[in-house]
Design a protein around this ligand. Structure first.
Ligand code: BG6
Ligand code: MG
Length: 226
């Protein structure tokens, strides 16, 4: 656990896919279909490793897993990534506000009531569309544009920017993530890392919640005082 005290926290930096809603399953479905098509063996390890990675980094990891990293030209890779994204976007069309994970809307309201700042640190270029489908756009005035990033997760850049756009230092923020790459980025940014998912996977997180209903300010404070 870092030295940060709960009282120092002024803002929350949210990953989107797999933290606010289960779009992680849509990314997984679309990537595994492409992996099948490319003849690359799918595994839980690959599935977890892909979480949080940018679109092109994800494709590169899939190709590398199948020892096919030199088999495609840049133009062919762009085409494959677009194909995956088109399928992903079909899934995204089905999203409604009912798909927000249990307790997350209540947590966002609690943060607003207590004057915490919040921003989105998602690698996804589709984040604004997903937020719109969830009717959460008004909650997130500040969204890091992944096109402005030099390096993707696990690099801390996106989490540092997400603190910056709400006028805070990283040490004043808690970052929420479902991906090991994201937790690594939050830790490297020196923010407090809150994992959403399995403690067996998110072993480097400062705290982990398997049940999104349990993500409340009181429970976070209790975890930081441990
Ligand atoms: C992340 C997801 O949030 O965004 C990854 O965890 C995804 O699975 C990445 O690949 C990029 O998303 P997009 O929508 O820009 O292809
Ligand atoms: Mg995620």
């Amino acid at each position: 656990m870092k030295m940060t005290k709960f009282a120092d926290i002024k803002g929350f930096v949210f990953d989107l896919d797999g933290v606010i809603t289960d779009t992680a399953q849509f990314h997984t479905k679309a990537w595994s279909k492409l992996a099948d098509q490319l003849g690359v063996q799918w595994s839980t390890e690959l599935q977890n490793g892909l979480k949080g990675l940018s679109r092109m980094d994800s494709l590169e990891l899939i190709l590398k897993t199948g020892n096919k990293e030199n088999d495609y030209s840049q133009a062919e890779k762009e085409k494959l990534a677009t194909q995956k994204n088109n399928l992903y976007l079909q899934f995204v069309q089905t999203i409604t506000p009912a798909d927000i994970f249990p307790g997350i809307k209540e947590f966002l309201d609690e943060l607003n009531q207590h004057g915490y700042l919040m921003s989105i640190a998602s690698a996804s270029k589709n984040a604004p569309t997903v937020l719109d489908k969830l009717e959460l756009t008004d909650y997130f005035e500040h969204v890091v544009d992944p096109k402005t990033l030099k390096r993707g997760k696990p690099d801390p850049e996106i989490f540092i920017k997400a603190a910056e756009i709400i006028g805070l230092k990283p040490e004043q923020c808690i970052g929420l993530e479902d991906a090991t790459a994201g937790i690594a980025g939050i830790n490297a940014a020196n923010e407090v890392s809150l994992g959403v998912g399995s403690p067996d996977v998110l072993t480097e997180a400062d705290m982990v919640f398997e049940d999104t209903n349990k993500i409340t300010l009181a429970n976070i404070e209790a975890n930081m005082n441990k």
